[in-house]
Structures are given as C-alpha cells and as structure tokens.
Design a binder for this molecule. Structure first.
Ligand code: SF4
Length: 70
C-alpha cells in the first residue's frame, strides 16, 4: 500500500462522495486502487495512510489523527 501521510476520508480524493465538502458522518465507498477490492464503506471521519487530498480541497483538509480509527 502507498506509504503516504494519514488523512481523513472526507478530504481524500478516493472518498466516493459528490459533495464538495463532505462531513464526518457521511458514509461512502473508498475508491482507492488497492482498497477498492474490499468494497470498503468509510465515513468522513475515517482515514488511512493512502490518503490523497481531494482536488480543490488542498492541504487544508489534512488533519492529524485525533485517535486511532479502530
Ligand atoms: S480509506 Fe484511505 S484511501 Fe480510502 S477514502 Fe479513506 S483516506 Fe482515502
């Protein structure tokens, strides 16, 4: 898996949302190439280290993890 920086799904380009500014409670599919095979449903508050910032969202969406995801 890509060893990128950790970030929240709501700010990630792979979060399957059409909302330009998804919230913590929105649940969508993860479309990241390596994770897509698992048909993951993730919330905006979830995250992982395959995070890539959404186009237009910029680095402002990046947040340090407040707590382990699970
Ligand atoms: S699980 Fe990782 S790759 Fe998928 S949307 Fe969330 S941060 Fe992005």
């Amino acid at each position: 898996m890509a060893g990128g920086q950790w970030g929240n799904c709501k700010g990630c380009r792979y979060f399957g949302s059409n909302n330009p500014n998804p919230g913590d409670n929105e649940t969508q599919r993860c479309n990241q190439q390596e994770l897509r095979a698992f048909d993951l449903k993730v919330s905006g508050a979830s995250g992982c280290n395959a995070f890539e910032a959404r186009a237009g969202a910029g680095a402002a969406q990046y947040q340090e993890p407040a707590q382990p995801a699970h």
